[in-house]
Write a protein that binds this ligand. Structure first.
Ligand SMILES: CC(C)(COP(=O)(O)OP(=O)(O)OC[C@H]1O[C@@H](n2cnc3c(N)ncnc32)[C@H](O)[C@@H]1OP(=O)(O)O)[C@@H](O)C(=O)NCCC(=O)NCCS
Length: 234
């Protein structure tokens, strides 16, 4: 049965940390953050009070980076803004036929694991799909495309609020672009997500018009505009 409840998408980090990523979380009161090297994302309650912000500050330590992802919550004035980036959240529609490209067994799609981390980090450094850390692949399934043994493209599962799985770290080496690698990898992940009764979603920077066009061509629809924000704790 396909999930139609979109409320979890308004707090994707918090709902992941309290649910399927609880084993990768540090918590204090209603504040939570990912383990170091998995992700920098943190969450407070959707209606945080001073106590919640104090708990997150205690959890992260003084002068630490608090990556609040897409949360619109405003921290106390002594939390210094570090970055702000406009983007959009896109979802796979619950109705309508799947037009996802299939990942045939012979197309070089492989599942990536701990041994592949140096190559994954190198590909991320060359392509800049968004934040990625040495243990990010523990958040879900990461798929790669190898050509002559070299990793040229990858994509994986990141946030996992109830009923949904986020597709992330979508990137293709510059000299391997335009051959459908990203489409095939996103399609393969989305097919698996839909098969387990969930729906795929993703986030993309507003300036990344090429990626937005790719996702729209695959069938993703914009659910809402978001602003990614980071702060420094007092
Ligand atoms: C966005 C990105 C992942 C796309 O990777 P890609 O492997 O080139 O993507 P695809 O090949 O599946 O599709 C891209 C283009 O190739 C075209 N294409 C797809 N299959 C093709 C094929 N078999 N032959 C020729 N062209 C093809 C598509 O039409 C598309 O063209 P268009 O978007 O200009 O209309 C890549 O540009 C990238 O790594 N960007 C930097 C990181 C990034 O921004 N990631 C997204 C973060 S949200």
């Amino acid at each position: 049965m396909m999930n139609d409840d979109e409320s979890a998408l308004d707090d994707p980090v918090g709902r992941s940390l309290s649910g399927r990523h609880a084993h990768l979380a540090k918590r204090l009161g209603r504040a939570a953050t990912y383990l170091t090297e998995v992700a920098t994302f943190s969450a407070v309650s959707t209606d945080p009070d001073r106590r919640d912000w104090a708990d997150l500050a205690a959890l992260l330590g003084p002068g630490a980076f608090a990556d609040m992802f897409s949360s619109p919550a405003v921290p106390p004035p002594d939390w210094e803004p570090v970055f702000s980036l406009d983007g959009r959240q896109m979802i796979w529609p619950g109705d309508g036929p799947s037009v996802l490209p299939r990942a045939e067994p012979d197309t070089g799609v492989v599942e990536l694991g701990t041994d592949d981390v140096p190559e994954m980090l190198s590909l991320v450094a060359r392509t800049g799909p968004g934040p990625f850390w040495p243990r990010t692949h523990e958040l879900g399934t990461y798929l790669g495309m190898r050509v002559d043994g070299t990793l040229v493209a990858m994509a994986g599962e990141r946030l996992r609020p109830p009923g949904w799985t986020e597709i992330s770290a979508v990137c293709t080496a510059p000299d391997a672009r335009g051959r459908g690698h990203a489409a095939r990898l996103v399609g393969a992940l989305a097919t698996c997500i839909v098969a387990r009764g969930e729906r795929p979603f993703l986030h993309v920077a507003e300036t990344n018009t090429g990626a937005i066009a790719l996702y729209e061509r695959l069938g993703f629809e914009t659910r809402k505009q978001v602003t990614f924000r980071g702060f420094r704790t007092p």
